[in-house]
Write a protein that binds this ligand. Structure first.
Ligand SMILES: *[C@@H]1O[C@H](CO)[C@@H](O)[C@H](O)[C@H]1NC(C)=O
Ligand SMILES: *[C@@H]1O[C@H](CO)[C@@H](O)[C@H](O)[C@H]1NC(C)=O
Ligand SMILES: *[C@@H]1O[C@H](CO)[C@@H](O)[C@H](O)[C@H]1NC(C)=O
Ligand SMILES: *[C@@H]1O[C@H](CO)[C@@H](O)[C@H](O)[C@H]1NC(C)=O
Length: 602
């Protein structure tokens, strides 16, 4: 078995000089190498492995069990991800060698193993990986759960690439992944860019057909995930083999979060999507804990919550193909992507970064809990959903995007933005203070930024609610809005349903009952143009300079693998209109489910 000391030396390969190092593996910066309490001390790792002359896993001792993934594409680079799974079982808690004493002080997961794995990536312009344009090597160890993250560089804008990992100096290879860079900032994009948008993928509740469909159709360029990629709950599934580790408790520790992420990352539909498309994900609450906010969640607060959040954040950065965009801000996942002059994609974190207290405790957040206190506080001017640092950044992004002449501002956000009421007893009281409806001043400041900047073509994307809500962005109570023509709106909100999570109505609710409730919702909410509760699924957006077309897909049966999809509704947003197009009414006047303003359900 070769020792790391010999392998740290330069190895000549394919005519190129390829060094392996710990540094090349960005997973050691999870989330940030400027924050040793959140990341991994590389001096400890290298002391343990290199100075002790510890050995490497042989190719037979590791597998690429969790496939490959790419994400956070830039015009000239992209993040590549894989994991070298050392033993069957493949989760950190299974790989604790007997008698190993942890030597780093922030230990929460498995004690470190004394072996490292060496992995190499190659990026090529062809699927057979003969035209190699970038390659590199790195080590991975138990410190980062054997995850590997590389930044592939020197790539061309808006170009498709293929990539593969292999165990160094062996023929043991990963599956081949495909990825794509984004157009250069000032590039005119000569065709539509297509996106698939997801949220709320609860593994125990169903199969991930929604992830599979765009891969089968090869219908999109990039994937946006708005959060709730995993759920922290103790699983109890009615489906076979749908209880992800840890199976007997809610996730709290680093090894819990790693095991949960690892279990999700065995789903074949999810692996397919990761292997075919670059992802741009952000988290919502369940990547940490239910209804989390800055300092707590439904069932944890104080030091327990702080430890839990630290563990969850670290696991997320290890397992997701994302960048650390601000090295001095370990909690930051809000970030932006300039896709040529066509659009800026702005991904927000309305959940973990700096949110003021949300609905916690009580029944459905309505009876008991802190709802009384919240009703007093919702209107406070100093209340924020995003945190003031992120708010400032967001308004600057909107202004800069508009000033640079990008045609569209596509804003990925977790919770539903528009005001939503059930209109009980003629009251306009919102029913979910965990959404923007609980952070009124923050929402007003967003509208104010749009108005003052005269910013056009903003499309807000939302998840979290397990239902679909398509609205004009109407500043209700502050500015006139005509629900028939859309005049007075500031843009459009496209809020998608869950991949699998049930919620707004119980999953056994008959379709006609769900549709009747949708009808009530569109009647009581002027800006809400289409609403749908019955289906789980996802939506796709085709973005061109003249218009965006959004298609909402429902999965016919999530309790079955390889289910079918149904086109539920389709919407047009024309450049410059700042509202849903009336063609002749919203959604072309028809949808397959839910309720559509001035339209029919057929
Ligand atoms: C790797 O996968 C193969 C085929 O599934 C299996 O036989 C082998 O035990 C696995 N090895 C490890 C180390 O997990
Ligand atoms: C809330 O969290 C912030 C950091 O996110 C911390 O500085 C502060 O002390 C916490 N407040 C309480 C009351 O725990
Ligand atoms: C926020 O505003 C409310 C109402 O004006 C005030 O009572 C409260 O003390 C303020 N909180 C902070 C942290 O400034
Ligand atoms: C938005 O559109 C309006 C109407 O066409 C125009 O007057 C305004 O200048 C646009 N805003 C920007 C920032 O270009």
């Amino acid at each position: 078995m070769p020792s790391l000391l010999t392998l740290t030396a330069t190895v000549a390969l394919s005519g190129a000089l390829v060094h392996a190092s710990f540094d090349n593996n960005l997973a050691y910066r999870s989330p940030s190498n400027r924050h040793p309490t959140l990341g991994v001390s590389l001096s400890h790792v290298s002391k343990r492995h290199v100075q002790a002359g510890s050995s490497l896993f042989t190719p037979a001792e590791v597998n690429f069990t969790h496939g490959v993934a790419s994400g956070d594409p830039y015009a000239d680079s992209v993040i590549l991800w894989t994991r070298l799974s050392p033993f069957p079982g493949t989760v950190a808690s299974d790989i604790v060698p007997e008698g190993v004493v942890p030597i780093y002080d922030h230990e929460e997961g498995a004690p470190p193993s004394d072996k490292a794995a060496c992995v190499e990536y190659r990026v090529a312009t062809d699927e057979g990986l003969t035209q190699v344009v970038d390659q590199g090597r790195a080590y991975t160890t138990s410190d980062v759960d054997y995850t590997v993250k590389f930044e592939a560089t020197n790539l061309q804008p808006f170009t498709t690439y293929y990539y593969q990992f292999h165990v160094c100096d062996s023929s043991k290879t990963s599956p081949v992944g495909r990825t794509k860079t984004i157009p250069a900032r000032d590039q005119h994009v000569d065709r539509n860019i297509n996106l698939a948008v997801y949220s709320c993928s609860n593994f125990p509740e169903g199969y991930f057909t929604a992830y599979r469909q765009p891969a089968l159709k090869d219908s999109v360029d990039y994937i946006l995930h708005l959060g709730d990629y995993i759920y922290e709950y103790k699983p109890s599934s009615s489906l076979p083999n749908r209880n992800p580790s840890p199976t007997d408790h809610e996730t709290y520790t680093l090894s819990d979060y790693r095991a949960r992420l690892g279990a999700y990352r065995t789903d074949p539909d999810l692996l397919l999507s990761h292997a075919r498309f670059p992802w741009i994900p952000v988290w919502d609450d369940h990547e940490v804990a239910d209804n989390s906010w800055r300092n707590g969640s439904t069932d944890s607060d104080g030091q327990v919550f702080r430890d839990r959040k630290k563990a969850a954040v670290r696991g997320y950065f290890e397992w997701m193909p994302i960048r650390q965009v601000a090295m001095d801000d370990s909690l930051r996942v809000w970030r932006g992507f300039a896709l040529g002059t066509l659009m800026d994609v702005v991904m927000l974190d309305t959940r973990q970064y700096d949110r003021d207290v949300t609905v916690i405790g009580g029944i459905g957040g309505v009876v008991g809990g802190n709802s009384g206190q919240l009703e007093e506080e919702v209107g406070w001017a100093n209340r924020t959903l995003m945190g003031f640092t992120q708010e400032k950044w967001f308004y600057d992004q909107l202004r800069e995007s508009s000033a640079r002449g990008a045609a569209w501002r596509v804003v990925g956000n977790q919770v539903v933005f528009s005001r939503l009421t059930l209109g009980v007893l003629g009251s306009e009281q919102p029913f979910n203070r965990d959404q923007w409806d609980g952070y009124l001043a923050n929402r007003d400041r967003v509208y104010q930024a749009l108005e003052e900047g005269r910013i056009n073509n903003t499309v807000m994307l939302s998840g979290d609610s397990h239902a679909a809500w398509v609205s004009d962005l109407a500043w209700l109570g502050k500015r006139d809005y005509d629900e028939t023509t859309g005049d007075g709106a500031f843009g459009v909100e496209l809020a998608g349903t869950a991949v699998t999570s049930s919620g707004f109505v119980p999953s056994w609710t008959p379709k006609f009952v769900a549709n009747a409730l949708s009808k009530r919702l569109i009647d009581k909410n002027p800006e809400l143009q289409w609403q749908e509760l019955y289906y789980r699924g996802y939506f796709e957006m085709s973005v061109g300079y003249d218009a965006i077309v959004a298609k909402f897909w429902g999965i016919s049966n999530i309790k079955k693998q390889n289910g079918e999809e149904v086109l539920l509704a389709e919407f047009l947003i024309r450049n410059g209109e700042n509202r849903l197009a009336r063609n002749p009414t919203v959604g072309g006047g028809k949808a397959k489910a839910g309720a559509l303003k001035n339209g029919k359900i057929e």
